[in-house]
Write a protein that binds this ligand. Structure first.
Ligand SMILES: NC(=O)C1=CN([C@@H]2O[C@H](COP(=O)(O)OP(=O)(O)OC[C@H]3O[C@@H](n4cnc5c(N)ncnc54)[C@H](O)[C@@H]3O)[C@@H](O)[C@H]2O)C=CC1
Ligand SMILES: O=C(CO)COP(=O)(O)O
Length: 346
């Protein structure tokens, strides 16, 4: 039976520890916050991040990260994306031969623009890192609500190994070889979720949100394809699937932060109030800069960047989006444009 270590006892790391422990796997968990570990050990509950959910006895807490990963088959990296590199630096000298790593963080490293699997590979030298992504709020997974996700790795055997480890009757895991698309979908949907939250906070309606989600998906796909991803991945669980859940769920930290900003709070006030990690803020900066580098049109991302980093009034940002130059719907796809030109009745 595999032994798994989970690095980061936030909401997602804890929820997946519970899932694996319920399957009968031995799970070791580490966090930099000793208070969290004490609560898990003594109260069998993560009171800060996942209150009300019992944590099985076979989740063992380790205040020492090296002891936590020792003799485990799989390491799950569940810290926010800005912390992944530092964690890898700490553990790289203590990895066992054949030990696998799966990243569950959804972000793009600011400054380097690397995806999380690339950061992990760069730091540890492991070349078959796996990622797990998809519509999966910790609050629901930890309560056995049916959920589907996707795992990806450069190596099919590794993706299938991780698929088997996580699969349960309530947690269905698919594989997808397009690691670039899986990671970019998971990261960029947080930008659109922030925008959808702002729209809700401004008091706009379902029409506005549907527009943001649809045009947001076009932006995700455009940047993803420019960076080497497969278009079809964005119609899958780690693309539109995660976009739907994050833009509509009250569990979403990104959407909740957006609602507060739309209601008039500053970005810092919103982040403080949400308390948990809101990855979309840093990802907006990275994606905005990437859109310039790849010369990809990302108007929603651009307006959100101005709201978050240049103090633009969110209402003006929406007006500016609505007043953009008129165009045809699928203008980015040359094949579709040619087909459409031929199908108009003259
Ligand atoms: N919460 C969810 O439902 C889901 C979250 N994710 C992703 O999982 C990642 C973690 O998110 P959550 O668990 O929600 O975060 P969280 O805010 O619930 O917890 C973050 C955890 O990371 C630790 N941490 C923060 N900064 C750190 C640092 N510099 N070094 C070491 N540890 C640090 C904190 O002590 C805390 O335990 C994010 O990338 C998020 O997008 C993905 C899918 C679902
Ligand atoms: O990625 C997630 C669900 O799939 C979590 O999204 P939030 O960080 O917005 O809560």
């Amino acid at each position: 039976m595999s032994k798994v270590s989970v690095i980061g006892a936030g909401s997602w790391g804890t929820a997946l520890s519970i899932l694996l422990a319920k399957k009968g796997l031995r799970v070791s968990i580490w966090d930099r916050n000793d208070g969290l570990l004490n609560d898990i050990k003594k109260a069998r509950e993560n009171i800060k991040y996942l209150p009300g959910v019992i944590i099985p006895q076979n989740v063992e807490v380790y205040p020492d990260i090296i002891e936590c990963i020792k003799d485990t088959d799989l390491i799950v990296l569940g810290v926010p994306s800005h912390a992944i590199r530092e964690i890898c630096k700490n553990i790289k000298g203590s990895l066992n031969d054949g030990q696998k790593i799966v990243s569950i963080a959804k972000g793009i490293e600011n400054d380097t623009y690397l995806r999380m699997s690339q950061v992990i590979e760069e730091e540890t030298g492991i070349n078959d890192v796996c990622v797990l992504s998809g519509p999966s709020h910790a609050e629901e997974v930890s309560r056995d609500i049916p959920t589907t996700v996707v795992v990806s790795s450069r190596k099919r055997t590794v993706a299938e190994y991780v698929q088997d480890i996580f699969m349960t009757p309530k947690f269905r895991v698919y594989t997808n070889p397009d690691i670039t698309g899986v990671e970019l979908g998971g990261a960029i949907k947080n930008i659109i979720a922030l925008a959808a939250g702002i729209s809700d906070g401004l008091g706009y309606g379902d029409n506005t949100k549907a527009a943001l989600m649809t045009r947001g998906l076009a932006e995700m796909t455009r940047l993803g394809v420019a960076m080497g991803a497969d278009t079809f991945t964005f119609s899958g669980l780690s693309g539109i699937g995660d976009l739907i859940v994050t833009c509509t769920s009250m569990h979403s930290r990104n959407r909740r932060a957006g609602i507060l900003i739309g209601q008039g709070k500053s970005v810092n006030e919103a982040l403080t109030e949400v308390k948990m990690v809101v990855e979309g803020v840093k990802t907006t900066k990275a994606a905005y800069e990437l859109s310039k580098r790849y010369q990809v049109e990302m108007p929603i991302t651009e307006k959100l960047y101005e709201v978050l980093f240049q103090d633009k009034n969110p209402k003006y940002a929406v007006t500016e989006l609505m007043l953009r130059e008129k165009t045809i719907e699928l203008h980015e796809n040359e094949e579709v444009v040619t087909r459409e030109q031929k199908s108009w009745e003259l």
